[in-house]
Write a protein that binds this ligand. Sequence first.
Ligand code: UT7
Length: 322
Amino acid sequence: MIRRSILLGTGSALPERIVTNAELAQTVDTSDEWIVERTGIRTRHIAGEGETTATLATDAAKAALDAAGIVAQDIDLIILATATPDQTFPAAATKVQAALGINDCVAFDVAAVCSGFLYAVTVADSMIRSGAANRAIVIGSETFSRILDWEDRTTCVLFGDGAGAIILGAEESEEGHRGILASKLHADGRHNQLLYVDGGPSTTQTVGKLRMKGQEVFRHAVTNLASVLNEVMAQAGLPAGDIDWLVPHQANARILDATARKLKLSADRVVMTVDRHANTSAASVPLALDLAVRDGRIKAGDLVVLEAMGGGFTWGACVLRV
Ligand code: UT7
């Protein structure tokens, strides 16, 4: 018998307020033309008063539970990927747990910035396969708008807020043909200073603002994403040509195009949400996944690859038969 983590449901949540490029151009020296041409971004959602990483995560988790047709009490593990928790501690995952009315389960946050969801899925999958958990909510949720320097045009136009969640459940079968087939994670801390926040509890005692050397991150992103995708497909024993849908981290439409070209993958097999959501860090992959499941593109039996790269650097990919 093979024990695997299978996908039971997906959900997402976005703040109410939508901000256009034209609105940003009123406060920083930028233009709709520059942002669209260099990034593909047209709009982003920005959290308002009362909307936090934990509230968005809770809404996404509830939608995923509904889609899976299971009740919160069936959950024994919550992993929340975020770089923008409501507070330094307690973990935002425990706030979601309390909001869902679950009195006892394992709940913790994972910090791997834009790759956080891939890290969280990989940990949840390991715990499910080992028997340490049976039903997990895995969430990516962020409010990057709260750590942006709104006077820095090179970063403030790139990010948005939101949350996405999936429910993973254990299944034992003879063939184990569906569920998470392979995953691969990487980190290379030599690149800490290319994408970071210039504050923190143990250094400045402030939250800090996001800083990025965009061009250098771009270069590494294309190389790392293409290589980890090949690596994870080899681990799954499947050719890249078998991929039905690539659901990548949404940082820049040009990164998605360049990665697809490098992998000889048709652009219409790549789920793209960066135009509407901008870069939502750890939330971007589950948000895009939920969108493509709900609009009927991703169907039962499809081979889906999730992948992301972000601050650290960290990067990773996961192969999933839906
Ligand atoms: O999520 C984690 C991973 N993050 C990423 O993957 C982000 C990767 N990087 C990128 O997506 C791109 O590098 C950016 C979108 C951040 C920047 O695009 P670029 O084509 O690499 O532009 P650049 O940084 O080389 O800047 C080109 C010019 C500069 O002006 P000069 O020096 O040529 O006069 C910038 O000052 O564009 C200028 N610029 C802007 N102009 C108008 C930078 N930001 C803006 C802006 N509006 N918002």
